[in-house]
Ligand binder design. Structure first.
Ligand SMILES: NC(=O)c1ccc[n+]([C@@H]2O[C@H](COP(=O)([O-])OP(=O)(O)OC[C@H]3O[C@@H](n4cnc5c(N)ncnc54)[C@H](O)[C@@H]3O)[C@@H](O)[C@H]2O)c1
Ligand SMILES: [Zn+2]
Ligand SMILES: [Zn+2]
Length: 376
């Protein structure tokens, strides 16, 4: 079918809305009419080249929710009309990672930046001129229709608003999980969240829900710090340097049991600064991303060894998409997780560049693209 999508034709250029052609669902694939797509910072890494896809043009978007419109051969878990979240992490349920309970490390993940559908290694999306289109993380939620593998799809209850559900494809489980799963925050612990955007605000809520004693929010944008205090942070600071003295005072020099790093652009030179506010035997969870080719890190090895600290990477917050997405949405429904207030503004697909500028200017916790009849 013919539809449209936000494409990136080369690095450091704006998103352009172009006509695209999406193929029918093949075996184990479903076609989805999109309702909402979240604007995560990771798609901006496609623009800068920090996350390199295998080719151009790229169809952006890896956070979204919609309605199943067609199912391919062999699909038994979904039927037409089901409401679903698109998870940027596929989970096949069959590979060693999935079977050992590490679904966020599913073997399909190796294909996330390849552009080809995992079902048969062919391209499902093409431009009007017939070029192959590379969808972000096997999805491409910046289009009103998608054809994706069932491993990337999670069924949800029909009463959940789509814009709330969309955030559970990446930002909410990644942030919440970074605190609760990868960080294993325990009651009474002191936690710092470095960078309180979309992912960081979910991490902040995860730390609060886990019973953290102090939750220090660190972000250079004053409005973000104000929001963080509303979401339960006990103090907010403009930089790690500014926070360090205060954290030392409040924790009697112990510093933070857990430090969750969710800044928009991670640089290796900053790692030692984050480890500096991490307590003895504490854990610094690195969730934010920078350039994927960056391998230079500044880290005091003696402090790492002698103070027995942990530096922990985290993809999708260590969460299990098929288990945690419905769980987080049930927590939202129970009033335990505030996803609604994380959505600062909704946009039309055509406003995507404005939306990303708002993110870069620090005006949004999360911007969401909302699709309507005009798009379908
Ligand atoms: N590991 C994963 O699975 C995963 C998943 C999603 C997103 N990410 C990454 O997480 C990061 C955050 O994503 P997001 O969508 O929340 O981005 P965002 O732009 O909404 O939030 C980033 C926040 O960091 C703040 N910030 C920037 N520099 C800072 C600094 N030096 N110190 C403290 N705060 C700083 C910004 O003001 C902003 O509030 C991105 O790098 C993104 O690519 C990783
Ligand atoms: Zn994301
Ligand atoms: Zn798997």
């Amino acid at each position: 079918m013919k539809t449209k999508g936000a494409l990136l034709r080369e690095n450091n250029t704006p998103w352009v809305i172009e006509e695209i052609e999406i193929g029918d669902p093949k075996a184990h694939e479903v076609k989805i009419r999109m309702e909402a797509a979240g604007m995560c910072h990771s798609d901006h890494h496609l623009v800068t080249g920090g996350i390199p896809m295998a080719g151009f043009p790229i169809l952006g978007g890896h956070e979204g929710a919609g309605v199943i419109e067609q199912v391919g051969e062999g699909v038994t878990d979904f039927e037409v009309g089901d409401h679903v979240v698109l998870s940027f992490i596929p989970s096949c349920g069959k590979c060693p990672s999935c079977k050992s309970g590490l679904a966020n490390l599913c073997d399909f993940g190796a294909m996330l930046l390849q552009g080809e559908a995992v079902s048969d290694n062919t391209f499902r999306i093409h431009t009007a001129a017939g070029e192959n289109v590379y969808p972000m993380t096997l999805l491409g939620t910046f289009a009103p229709y998608m054809v994706v593998h069932e491993a990337s799809v999670v069924k949800i209850d029909k009463d959940i608003p789509f814009e709330v559900a969309a955030l559970c494809g990446c930002g909410v489980p990644t942030g919440y999980g970074s605190s609760v799963r990868s960080g294993d925050v325990r009651p009474g612990e002191d936690v710092a969240i470095v960078g309180v955007g979309g992912v960081g605000t979910a991490a902040l809520q995860g730390a609060v829900i886990s019973g953290a004693r102090n939750v220090f929010a660190i972000d250079p944008v004053p409005w973000k710090r104000e929001q963080a205090l509303k979401f339960g942070a006990t103090a907010a600071f403009a930089s790690v340097e500014e926070a360090a003295m205060k954290i030392a005072e409040v924790t009697y020099g112990h510093m933070c049991h857990k430090v969750i790093v969710t800044v928009g652009e991670v640089h290796g030179k900053d790692v030692d600064t984050w480890m500096g506010i991490t307590a003895k035997a504490g854990t610094c969870v690195l969730t934010g991303m920078g350039n994927m080719l960056d391998s230079e890190v500044t880290l005091n090895l003696a402090m790492l060894t002698l103070l027995q600290k942990n530096l922990q990477g985290s993809i999708f917050g260590g969460a299990n998409p098929k288990l945690d997405i419905p769980l987080l949405l049930s927590m939202y429904r129970a009033g335990k997780l505030n996803i609604e207030d994380m959505i600062t503004r909704q946009y039309r697909l055509e406003q995507i560049n404005e939306g990303y500028q708002d993110m870069l200017d620090g005006r949004n916790i999360r911007g969401v693209i909302r699709y309507t009849e005009e798009d379908w």
